[in-house]
Design a binder for this molecule. Sequence first.
Ligand SMILES: [Fe+2]
Length: 289
Amino acid sequence: MNIAVLSDIHGNLPALNAVLNDIQNKNIDKILVAGDHITDFPEINEILQTLQELTPYVIKGNREQLLIENAKDSFGNDWEIYDQFSSHAAAFRLLKPKELSYIQSMPEQISLDIDEDFSIRMVHGSPFDMSEAIYEHDVDLMMRCTGAISEKLLICGHTHRPMLKYVGEKIILNPGSVGVSYCGNTTAQYIIIRYNADGLKFEMREIQYDFSELQKACKAALKDGYSKIWLSLLLRSVKDGKDYNFAFLNEVMKNTEKHGIQTFPIPNDMWNKTYDSWAVKDPLFLNVI
Ligand SMILES: [Fe+2]
């Protein structure tokens, strides 16, 4: 039994296509996809259509949940008012009714019995919360997570960093991110699980793809209201395999606190001013789209 595990595609269609191409000759029996398929890159309907045809083993992540909540009108006008949400708002406007129903129908977790010795629980964040990140330094959380499930293997995503940890008799596996990997290079990451009479083996894959294709898709998405700032940060993150988006959010929050103004939602002038200061320090941010 060979199982491909993908997570955190985040709207990056060139990266997903490269992974699916790589999977083709690997004798894969099942494909599992652990959430955050859409937002923050723009080709979201194409990705959801691909997943729906590809495999039944797809769960929702916090990004799908955000769009589902917005469909229930949970955020009022915030997504239209604040620049920090403009990429979410654009994704929501682009999302077709059929694709919205698809993400609404996704389960939060899947349990799979492969045979009597090997079973899998797949979650996006942790078994307790789809937005809770499991990092390898957090031994206490890893023990609580493996203690809370009966399955042998816990698959999670959310951190965009691959991880394989043995916790007693159990294993925690994070395949990293297809669309926005933080591993120091422009690659799409996923993992192949090989299970046979010799036991379990894990093969980490890093697949190169055409960054200029992604740039083109981002440029085209500006007319749909996608945020140039957010897309620039994402593109730079993807190019360097580093997390600029959270670094940027942290700096904006610090700036708002320093000025004694609201930290959430972030006022637009603080959002734009912080980005301008980044672009002055590193002009590549201005030229990435
Ligand atoms: Fe994610």
